[in-house]
Design a protein around this ligand. Sequence first.
Ligand code: HEC
Length: 123
Amino acid sequence: MKKNILFFAIAAGIIGSVNVFANPDQDESINKGREHFKIFCSNCHGVNADGRGPLVETLKITPADLTALKQTGDACVAERVLKAVAGKHDVAAGQKKNMPNFSHNLESITIYEITQYLKSIQK
Ligand code: HEC
């Protein structure tokens, strides 16, 4: 049952992705990134990216607070986001990654816009 909920959440997010057009304007990228984030990431990470999404209780590992990426770890924010989206982020030794790999499901521009949004909300 938990798996079904998770699958539905992710599938709904993927189907909901419509706007993938590039826009050179920075604010526009951030705004689009916020919308993509709500669709693909907020179920786990929360609408405000603070790690408190509605699916948290169904996960074995608490999703990261994505407003604090700048304060934790050595890598820059963009690198952390790109790695996580591609399933290449670090997790504790022996721990299975809880976050789905999005690299085959999201356009590069969508990942770029999400990254711009997350960079803009660092504490
Ligand atoms: C199914 C729940 C889920 C979804 C959906 C999800 N994440 Fe995550 N995310 C996690 C969990 C859990 C972690 C903690 C590490 C782990 O277990 O994989 C995490 C960790 C992260 C990290 C931190 C990696 C690090 O370096 O510490 C970033 C960045 C991140 N997610 C970004 C995203 C973005 C961007 C999206 C949307 C495209 C997204 N996540 C969607 C559950 C999720």
